[in-house]
Design a protein around this ligand. Structure first.
Ligand code: ATP
Ligand code: MG
Length: 272
């Protein structure tokens, strides 16, 4: 039986530049996969593949055993470091808009009972991300953290099975980040999501993920730096108390493994 999300010998090339090579990955439903690696390693490119925004130049990607179509659909939602909410729409309208686009593809508006239902769904989602008291604010009136909460609500309102996060908290202050970590962990569990999160913050990768992937190049040709792409050089499963996907609480040696993994990964990143 194939995994929930499966990448087989996936490559991404731009002209003669190889960005990703030989990516083989099986991701279980409900996993929280953190993706780390040096800048330019192809982390965002990997997310774009799973989002369906880009197609691999070689290899195949399947979701539930079915080849992924190279187009975005409601199976997958995405949040970027800096996203584009519509500045002229309130928090509520920004969130309802996602449903309107999906449910009324041609005119992008809902009316009557279907609009009221969409508003009720949006209000519930905004409550879930902690914006229940901010429905009528405009993005310019909100902090960075609140704007990211809105971005998460926009992504989740379409009830995706996979949530893709590309450095979603990179621009936030440490205190706010902590709140966002709690939020995303809760939403992961409440909505039974499969999450792939790119981050430059190794602590964040290990704190949130139950699996940490490191993308980097195994091979490097100094005369032709474009010749080889990055691939998955480390793939660390984590077990910890309280994680919804973990079957059992970690034994003490697993905690030790976790710390060791962290120091190995920090070495890799520091060497780049
Ligand atoms: N459309 C494109 N055309 C040509 N090259 C591209 C294109 N998109 C990405 N690349 C190249 O692919 C490589 C990987 O880019 P990507 O944005 O995936 O890296 P990243 O790991 O997300 O980096 P960062 O940590 O800085 O966000 C980079 O060298 C980038 O220049
Ligand atoms: Mg990136």
């Amino acid at each position: 039986m194939s995994a929930f999300l499966s990448l087989r010998d996936v490559w991404v090339e731009y002209g003669d530049k190889v960005v990703l090579e030989r990516i083989n990955l099986d991701i279980a439903e409900g996993a929280f996969v953190s993706v780390i690696g040096p800048s330019g390693a192809g982390k965002s490119s990997l997310l774009r593949l799973v989002l369906g925004q880009d197609a691999p130049t070689r290899g195949s990607i399947t979701l539930d055993g079915v080849p992924l179509k190279p187009e975005c659909d409601s199976n997958r939602g995405v949040v970027f470091q800096r996203y584009s909410v519509f500045p002229h729409l309130t928090v509520l309208d920004n969130t309802v808009f996602g449903l309107e686009c999906e449910r009324s593809r041609f005119i992008g508006r809902l009316f009557g009972a279907s609009r009221r239902a969409a508003i009720a769904e949006a209000e519930e989602m905004l409550q879930a991300v902690g914006l229940g008291d901010s429905l009528h604010l405009y993005p310019a009136q909100m902090s960075g953290g609140m704007q990211q909460r809105l971005a998460i609500a926009q992504a989740l309102i379409k009830r995706p099975r996979i949530l893709l996060l590309d450095e979603p908290f990179g621009a936030l202050d440490p205190g706010i980040r902590n709140d966002m970590h709690k939020l995303i962990t809760r939403l992961w569990s409440d909505y039974s999501l499969t999450v792939m999160m790119v981050t430059h913050d190794i602590g964040e990768a290990f704190a949130l993920g139950n699996r940490v992937l490191t993308l980097d190049k195994w091979r490097h040709d100094p005369h032709a730096p474009q010749r080889y792409g990055a691939t998955v050089v480390y793939d660390l499963p984590l077990t910890r108390k309280g994680a919804p996907a973990a079957d059992t609480a970690p034994a003490p040696h697993e905690e030790a493994d976790r710390e060791e993994s962290l120091s190995i990964t920090i070495d890799i990143i520091d060497n780049n």
